[in-house]
Each structure stands twice: as structure tokens, then as C-alpha cells.
Design a protein around this ligand. Structure first.
Ligand code: GLC
Length: 562
């Protein structure tokens, strides 16, 4: 069906391009081999020039880093690894100066076991109000069996037994992820209040929004019933979807009330309702259907939810067309914008993922990456996929390094792997380290210009030199220049707020027109088939993900025409 354009005054988050900065891996200023906030601030001009509207920064809070910062020990402080609060203030101020908004990552499902609350809960013992902030239960039978059969997303059981203050084996606590990440009890009003306060803390510091970590997990079925499904992490392709099975720990009705409260709080920061002042919430919720996902974006809840259905689509014309159409329909049903995403810190980089045979099960970094991806094919398809994505109406998320066409690091030695999923499964799951390897900035510098030190926290493969920013800057046809052009032309033609009208150019071709009521329409064509496709008469090329051959569009290539 045809989808209508948005009014001119549409708020920024309906069409923003938001760039994910993974702080450990973006830029290291102090030379310890781990990225930091001053590093990010120093590279903000690069991002402004790239043409993004906002950045989302993965967690930078005080943390023992058992899950790369998704285990928060203090929500109101920066981990010394990354800097301090004044570095955060400087980053936000500089970004705003450059016209780039700042979204931060909020992790409300669990804290670190080093959080003051969890330490107090351990010390206070069973029946205490401190324990009520988490999900503590007695074991089954004689207490030696966990309270139910749930498994951790990272492998192994989801319950760990504690030793009570008197030295006896005691209660069990729930952790849907690592045992260092105890789940909070969101039925406790104290938890609700605490997070309202954390939101205020960061809103007062000027952030423009929050990406909400595992937003569908906060409330559990109060009976905590046994469940025979298996929660899996982010999938990258066909088959079983991440956190798919609607188990008693996912997507419970009660989560929506929490987000309604947060929305009211965020809206109170924009009393005049000026769309430019909107602060936003974006749900990370891996769910089986678009409809379930978009319930998080109903008018009084979050602004956006990640569209992992798009990310997980196999690279086949029917699948991609179907997921785009279904995304637009599901978004329109609740009046929310669609979002689009192809890569993040949990999945195999799309330049590698799309180089796997279509239909590879679970090619996600959490599972093993087999066979090795075809790098040339992967990059060609990745460029075509991104060129398609950035022409779609709605908001789009980019992951640091994808603008360089970075492939997954598929040959990390086991000894350097850090993902708890790798360790909890004794290496059966490869883990997500391969997409988290530090950025190459300068080909000829130590650590490819990531920082002044020679080493980086995960070793970079030699081939990253070829992808370095300085090798691509100003080079016609480079992936970096492609992204820059896409973002510029997207803005010039208002593609993010455009309407979409499907075109039929043959069975192996995805084609549509993106048009504002008053602007010149842009025609977008992706050729999935082997047969080259002729461009419609009277059109001229705005940008192309690859080379045209005698004016024809080859396989796995996307073009924008005016
Ligand atoms: C989300 C994050 C992931 C993290 C998990 C637990 O899925 O994206 O990186 O490991 O939540 O916080």
C-alpha cells in the first residue's frame, strides 16, 4: 500500500539518523587501550560532518564491566575507565554546539551485583526491604534447587544461590543475564521512584533521550512459572528470533505502565510542547511480531522502538519488501515513526552477516559464525542494504564503524574474548566481541589511530587498516563517502519524513518512490536478481551503492534517482 508523508513540522525523532557510539571502541584519548568520553568528544566533528542528527552512547556508568557496562554499579556516575561527570557534561555541550543530539543508554532491568542496593540486599538477609528491590526466592525442595527452571540469556541457569550473612546457604536471586546482573523487582515502588530520579538526573544534565535496555523484561509473571522455551540473544538472520518465545519473563503487560510514567516525566521537560525540545525513549525489545514491538510506541509510551525485524530479514527481495511494508503498517497503526537498523553491538556486523549464504541459521556472533562470510559479497550487499535503509521514511540507527564498511572480526583468539555469553557457555557461543573491535581511524598509526597506545582492549585485525577513516576520506566510491552522500541527499530531499509508494519493476526488484507532497520524488531501486535492471527513462542518478554497468543496475545494488 501507499504510505503518506509527514507534516513539515514533524519532530526530530521521527526522521533522525542516530549513530550508536560504543564507548569502549570508538576513540581512546588517554591511551589505556579503551575508548573514553574525551575520545568521543574529540571525534564529534567527524560525526557532525558525517551528517548524523544524534548519537546514542552505550553505557558509560560506573561498572565492574562484567557485561561491558550493561552491569551498572552507579547510575549517577561515569566509570573512571571512560572519564568523569565533567567529561560527560563537556561531551553533551560540544555535541549540542555541533547540532548533534545525545541519547544515552539506560539499563533498568538489572543492576550490577556491585551496586550499593545489591550489596545491601546481601547483607540484610531474607525478608528485609533491601531484598525486596530484587527478585529473591527460596529454593525448591530442600532449598538446593533453583526456584524455577529459567535459563539465562547468556547460558546456564537464571538463578544463583547466595550465602546468608550468618554463613548458611540461603535464598536464590534471579538474573536473566549474567549472575553479576541481578534483576530488579519492578513491582516495588521504590525501584520505580529510583529510576524516575535517575532519568531526572540525566535530563537535568541535558541529554536528549534514552535507549532503554531490554525494555520488555522488567516485569515477570508473578507466579514465576517454569518455562520450557530458551531465551536467546539477538539473531542476525533466518530462523529463531531473539528472546522470541513469549515466555513469562518477556513482554508482560505491566511494563507499559512503567513507560507511561517515564513519558509523562520526559514530557514535563518540554512544557511548551516545542517539537525541537522533545526528549525521547527508544525501546530495545526483541519480540516476535511487529505489532508487539510497536505497542511500546503507543502515543503515551515510548517514541521509538528498534526495528529488529528489519535487521533480521534475510537478503531476499520478498522478505525485505514484506518487512518494510509490515514495519510501516505496524507503525502507522499506533501513530509512531518506524525505525530501521542493520547493525549494533549485539549482532554480527552487516558487512559480514550479509556475506553468509542466505538462510544461515543464527549468524549472530552469539552462535558460531560458520561458514566464514564472503567479504566482497557482504560489503556489496551491506552498501545496498544501507542505501535502501536510508531512503526509507522514519528514523535510522547506524553503528560505529559501519560507515567504514567494517567487517566482523571473525578470528579473535579465545583468550581475549570478553563477552559473558562466551564464558558462560564454555565457548559454545562465540559471543559478541567480533563486532566490538575498536575503530580504525588512521591506517599508518599504532592501533590504527584508535588511541595513542599500541594495544586496544580487543586486538584489531590487520585488515582494519584498509578500512581506516583516513584511507576513505575524500576517496570517491569509498563506503565512508557513500554514507556521507546518503545522509546529505536524504536531508536535502527530506526522505526521513517522506511518503512511500511501491513500484513494480519486476520480481527480483524492490522499488518505491519516496515523496513529500510538494518536493520532487526520489525513486529508490534495489536489484536482488542476477539480471541487470534498466533505470526508468528520464531519471538521473542521485547516489548509487555500487557502479552502474552501461547504465544498468547490477545485482545487490541500490540506486536513488530523481
Ligand atoms: C541488551 C544489550 C546487551 C546486553 C543485555 C543485558 O540486549 O544490548 O549488550 O548484554 O541487554 O544488559
Amino acid at each position: 500500500m501507499t504510505h503518506n508523508p509527514l507534516p513539515h513540522e514533524a519532530p526530530w525523532w521521527r526522521h533522525a539518523v542516530i549513530y550508536q557510539v560504543y564507548p569502549r571502541s570508538f576513540a581512546d584519548q588517554d591511551g589505556d587501550g579503551v575508548g573514553d568520553l574525551p575520545g568521543i568528544t574529540s571525534r564529534l566533528p567527524y560525526l557532525a560532518e558525517l551528517g548524523v542528527d544524534a548519537i546514542w552512547i552505550s553505557p558509560f556508568y560506573r561498572s565492574p564491566m562484567a557485561d561491558a557496562g550493561y552491569d551498572v554499579a552507579d547510575y549517577r556516575d561515569i566509570d573512571p575507565l571512560f572519564g568523569d561527570l565533567s567529561d560527560a557534561d563537556a561531551l553533551i555541550a560540544r555535541a549540542h554546539e555541533l547540532g548533534v543530539r545525545v541519547v544515552i543508554d539506560l539499563v533498568p532491568n538489572h543492576t550490577s551485583d556491585q551496586h550499593a542496593w545489591f550489596q545491601a540486599a546481601l547483607a540484610a538477609g531474607p525478608g528485609s526491604p533491601e531484598r525486596e528491590r530484587y527478585v529473591f526466592r527460596p529454593g525448591r525442595g530442600d532449598g538446593t534447587e533453583p526456584p524455577n527452571n529459567w535459563e539465562s540469556v547468556f547460558g546456564g541457569g537464571a538463578w544463583t544461590r547466595v550465602t546468608e550473612p550468618d554463613g548458611t546457604p540461603g535464598q536464590w536471586y534471579l538474573h536473566l543475564f549474567d549472575d553479576t546482573q541481578p534483576d530488579l523487582n519492578w513491582d516495588n515502588p521504590e525501584v520505580v521512584e529510583e529510576f524516575q530520579d535517575v532519568l531526572r538526573f540525566w535530563l537535568d544534565r541535558g541529554v536528549d533521550g534514552f535507549r532503554v535496555d531490554v525494555a520488555h523484561a522488567l516485569i515477570k509473571d508473578p507466579e514465576l512459572p517454569d518455562w520450557h522455551g530458551r531465551a536467546v540473544m539477538a539473531n542476525g538472520g533466518d530462523g529463531e528470533t531473539a528472546h522470541t518465545h513469549l515466555g513469562p519473563m518477556w513482554d508482560q503487560e505491566g511494563v507499559h505502565e512503567i513507560y507511561r510514567g517515564w513519558r509523562r516525566l520526559l514530557d514535563s521537560y518540554n512544557p511548551t510542547g516545542d517539537p525541537a525540545q522533545d526528549r525521547i525513549l527508544c525501546a530495545e525489545a526483541w519480540l516476535p511480531t511487529q505489532e508487539r514491538t510497536m505497542r511500546y510506541t503507543r502515543a503515551d509510551e515510548m517514541h521509538q522502538a528498534f526495528n529488529f525485524h528489519f535487521l533480521q530479514s534475510p537478503w531476499r527481495v520478498d522478505d525485505v519488501t514484506e518487512v518494510v511494508e509490515a514495519s510501516l503498517v505496524a507503525a502507522e497503526a499506533v501513530g509512531a515513526p518506524t525505525t530501521w537498523v542493520l547493525s549494533n553491538h549485539d549482532v554480527v556486523r552487516h558487512a559480514s552477516r550479509l556475506g553468509l549464504p542466505v538462510g544461515t541459521p543464527r549468524p549472530n556472533g552469539i552462535g558460531a559464525l560458520e561458514p566464514q562470510p564472503n567479504a566482497v559479497l557482504g560489503l556489496r550487499r551491506a552498501r545496498a542494504a544501507t542505501t535502501l535503509m536510508l531512503a526509507l521514511p522514519g528514523s535510522a540507527y547506524l553503528y560505529n564503524g559501519e560507515e567504514l564498511g567494517l567487517p566482523e572480526h571473525t578470528a579473535l583468539p579465545d583468550a581475549v574474548r570478553q563477552d559473558p555469553a562466551f564464558h558462560r557457555t564454555a565457548g559454545e557461543e562465540t559471543g559478541r566481541d567480533g563486532c566490538r573491535v575498536p575503530m580504525p581511524w588512521t591506517a599508518a598509526a599504532p592501533s590504527f589511530g584508535f588511541g595513542p597506545g599500541k594495544e586496544s582492549w580487543l586486538p584489531q585485525p590487520d585488515l582494519y587498516g584498509v578500512f581506516a577513516v583516513d584511507r576513505q576520506q575524500g576517496v570517491d566510491g569509498s563506503t565512508l563517502e557513500l554514507y556521507r552522500t546518503l545522509l546529505r541527499v536524504r536531508r536535502q530531499h527530506d526522505l526521513g519524513v517522506g511518503g512511500l509508494e511501491w513500484l513494480d519493476l519486476g520480481p527480483e526488484v524492490l522499488a518505491f518512490r519516496n515523496a513529500r507532497g510538494d518536493g520532487t520524488p526520489v525513486t529508490v531501486i534495489t536489484n536482488f536478481g542476477e539480471e541487470p535492471v534498466a533505470l526508468p527513462e528520464g531519471t538521473s542518478v542521485l547516489v548509487c551503492s555500487g557502479r552502474l554497468h552501461e547504465g544498468m543496475l547490477g545485482q545487490d545494488t541500490t540506486v536513488w534517482l530523481s
